[in-house]
Write a protein that binds this ligand. Structure first.
Ligand SMILES: Cc1ncc(COP(=O)(O)OP(=O)(O)O)c(N)n1
Ligand SMILES: Cc1nc(C(=O)O)sc1CCOP(=O)(O)O
Ligand SMILES: [Mg+2]
Length: 208
């Protein structure tokens, strides 16, 4: 299994966004510290998801950056991605592990220690933990858990904890201090004028 990068860039495919431009800007800065998770809106067809994932996979390869696919594990397999990410509405973690195989990177969403331990027992190789802070990118989430919630999960598992939800370079130090191995972001890279510069800021915060 490839070693996991600390900066997870989740693609933003909302209207007006250019996810490939953001990936192209982030890759030369973060290189193998970058994990690109291809996440598409529900209305996206499998063909569109496949085309985006295939292009992201090709961009990641020269940098040895990890490419994951959110939810649609058949797309992950079809583009030979490094793995996938599942949550409560997706395939159960054990089923996802059977689909992807033993060597794949498999992320699972966890919001509290009990769920986190169950996800790891079922085969998750990392956990996405949040929402850490308020986010404008996704609706229907529970209240933010803050660094204390991240700490509770990190103390319960031995796999990497990736903090998600409203993460910025300014909030990274407290999340790292709480035990997060890395962070996952949408808006901090997709809604800024200079995603390359924003990537450098996040990497600096993650590696100092
Ligand atoms: C790193 C990371 N953590 C959490 C999530 C959320 O996944 P999920 O709960 O399945 O929700 P959707 O992203 O599918 O809407 C994630 N994608 N990545
Ligand atoms: C996709 C996603 N999942 C979350 C969760 O807590 O499960 S928060 C989130 C969106 C993260 O976007 P931003 O970095 O713009 O806040
Ligand atoms: Mg999901």
């Amino acid at each position: 299994m490839p070693s996991l990068g600390r900066l997870h860039l989740i693609t933003d495919t909302r209207p007006g966004c250019d996810p490939l431009a953001v990936v192209r800007a982030a890759l030369p800065v973060a290189r193998a510290e970058l994990v690109v998770q291809v996440r598409v809106t529900d209305g996206t067809t499998d063909r569109q998801a496949y085309d985006l994932a295939r292009r992201v996979r090709a961009l990641c390869l020269p940098y040895r950056a990890t490419c994951l696919v959110n939810d649609r594990l058949h797309v992950a397999l079809a583009v030979d991605a490094d793995g996938g990410h599942v949550g409560a509405d997706d395939l159960p973690v054990a089923a996802a592990r059977r689909v992807l195989g033993v060597d794949a990177v498999l992320g699972a969403t966890a919001r509290e220690p009990g769920g986190a331990a169950r996800a790891v027992a079922a085969g998750a190789s990392y956990l996405g933990v949040g929402p850490c802070h308020r986010t404008t990118t996704k609706t229907g989430l529970p209240d933010p858990i803050g660094p204390a919630g991240v700490r509770a999960v990190a103390e319960a598992v031995t796999v990497p904890v990736i903090a998600i939800g409203g993460v910025t370079a300014a909030t990274v130090p407290a999340l790292r201090a709480a035990g997060a191995y890395g962070v996952a972001v949408v808006g901090a890279l997709s809604t800024v004028a200079d995603p390359g510069r924003a990537t450098a800021g996040l990497i600096a915060a993650l590696t100092c």
